[in-house]
Design a protein around this ligand. Sequence first.
Ligand code: BG6
Length: 490
Amino acid sequence: MSFPKDFLWGGAIAANQYEGAWLEDGKQPNVTDVLVGIMSKDPGIQWNEDKKKYEMKLNSDKVYLSHDAVDGYHRYREDLKLMKGMGFNSFRTSIAWGRIFPNGDELEPNEAGLAYYDDMFACMNELGMEPVITLSHYETPLHLITEYGGWSNPQLIDFWLRYVKTVFTRYKGKVKFWLTFNEVNALFRMPLVAGGVLTIKDPKDPSDPIGSTTKQDQWDAYHNILVANAKTVQLGHEISEDYQIGCMMTASSVATYPYNCDPLNVVGTLDAQRMNIFFMADPFCLGIVPTYLKKVWKEDQVNVEFSDEELKLIKENTVDFLSFSYYRSTTFDRDVNLKVDTGGLTCRDNPYLKDKAPQPWGWAVDPVGLRYTLNVLYDRYHLPLLIVENGVGLDENIDEKGEIHDDFRVHYIEEHLKNVNDAIEDGVDCRGYLYWGPIDVVSAGTGEMKKRYGFVYVDRFNDGHGTLERKLKDSYYRYKEIIESNGEVL
Ligand code: BG6
């Protein structure tokens, strides 16, 4: 095996899926607090006709598990110790923007929120785990969305930079690796969550806030996010020479294979890759806004213009590394609609893939697709790569002996890691593997507890009950062996 000695071995979670305490110590709601699953078309917000704006109105029939999540807010010290028990030398989580600036537009930060992450990062440092910190993992403060229209409004850039400057300054010396926006290339798939976009002036159907979001809003958000990302990189480098600022993409769509050799399927595949990842990753990593977008903007009947100054800023402030999630591959067949969920795109089943994750989610399993993805991204960007999400969600139960045998997860990880090794041998500069959800958290896509990714089980269920007790699964011990041997046991 060829894993470098300083390879980052660890896991990744996000504040909104792990912490809970959604209104504690001054925090105000963020966008995921009003959704049961980020793919949901039915957010807990309602149009107030008198005030002519959206307001939070949670649906009383739904269980918003993320409000308490797995109580990470109060248990991170014990959980981080469990992670260290597997030998983690790195750990990824996000800062909930709304703990630092509860509504997003305050002038001064919330000290309680800052103190919380101070201790969490100190704890990681004490345990010898490199913090890898996402600045926004679908966590735009709700107020910025309902009051300002979210990222379609250029004012968000200033609010964002105030937040970023605050945390870059406060955590200097504790954190070195920063990721800007989680899976931001999903902006068009999930405008409200990944783009934080909402039409707030005359939505065409106020009872359908997501459906009312216009293409112009979405492309304005694209524009503002590109500028914000470049300014974040610039600011980070000014604040600390040690800072490594990366972007974070959902890269499952790189492994989009033409279903057959019909040239129109090949071109359609290229188009799907462009509009699902490269349209966003190219500006972040190469500093260019792709030329094919001019045609797309014409088709979408939108007006998008970058000033010379903005183009220069984007060119001069590309990221230091590219981090990404990879869950599965897909085929592309122009006769079948592409569908999307948190794992990426789906179209027709690939007859060459042997494995599928068990139902009810049944995501295709394609470890070679990870090797392919690493190679494509490295060839294109020549930047260090960091895998910050890969894993499998399973519906698991504790058996009569009190044990959890998650053989499928062990198989999934082993096969994917063998392909990471192959990619490294191909010459790819892959710096680490951070498994998604090393402890059970609330599923982003479906908003349930039943979809578990952890090496550590958490006693909490879809209806909200549970003791929150932690329990180790078989995969915990196997991942430990893999890490201890730097991958040699694979
Ligand atoms: C990624 C997200 O899309 O996929 C995570 O960054 C998410 O937040 C993960 O949890 C797995 O998706 P899901 O829907 O199975 O939780």
